[in-house]
Design a binder for this molecule. Sequence first.
Ligand code: 6GU
Length: 261
Amino acid sequence: MRIDIVSIFPEYFSPLDVSLIGKARARGILDIRLHQLRDWTHDVHRTVDDTPYGGGPGMVMKPEPWGEALDAIAGDVRRLDAEPGEVPGPGAETVPTLIVPTPSGRPFTQADAVRLAREPWLVFACGRYEGIDGRVVEHARTRMPVEELSIGDYVLAGGEAAVLVMIEAIGRLLPGVLGNAVSAVDDSFAPGAMESLLEGPVYTKPPEWRGLRVPDVLLSGNHGVIARWRRDQALRRTAANRPELVAGMGALDERDRRVLD
Ligand code: 6GU
């Protein structure tokens, strides 16, 4: 997968050299390219912001540097409104998906991570200040799919930290990135039996630590009983921490209901 990131703080992304994502890059599974938005300005101050039309606090990111940046990075792509018979320009085979992190976006979920992990090419546009001039997304939508995504109901100073979050969530799902190929299966929110359940507690050696024992069931070797115990723990934790997820699960079977009573 190729990922381009445009930001006025490309140095913010040094964590992408580390750990799982760093290894995926070193192994060629992930091709991450960082871009300084100011490289597409033309004034001596390399200005990327201006005062908002209509008044109000703060500054808005100017459209021109963003337009030039996206043209340079994704400019050879076929227009989305191209005629079926239209001869595409060079490099028209692949269209990136543009992701714009913003607290005004649709919530980014595990389902988005799974879907975006199947894309060959993502471009992330990191806004700062009060956001990017609205015409940038409007124009980009005529060229490529655009998703405005939020990582939660709080306001960050810019999209950079959100992009780190999304790239970690997406990157760990790429084939060959996780050491143990099945370790994403039991994730909280993973599609399947644990869908919309939070993972319960996990344990390792020693079997007793500071007077606390690992639950006997986990030492039993009975995988059916262990799976049921884990589901019970997940149900209890979800009911305690995210009751709205349990409410949204629909009718629980008798066994699940008893666990929560
Ligand atoms: Cl994606 N960006 C910013 N700036 N703040 C956020 C966010 C994104 N998601 C939640 N808060």
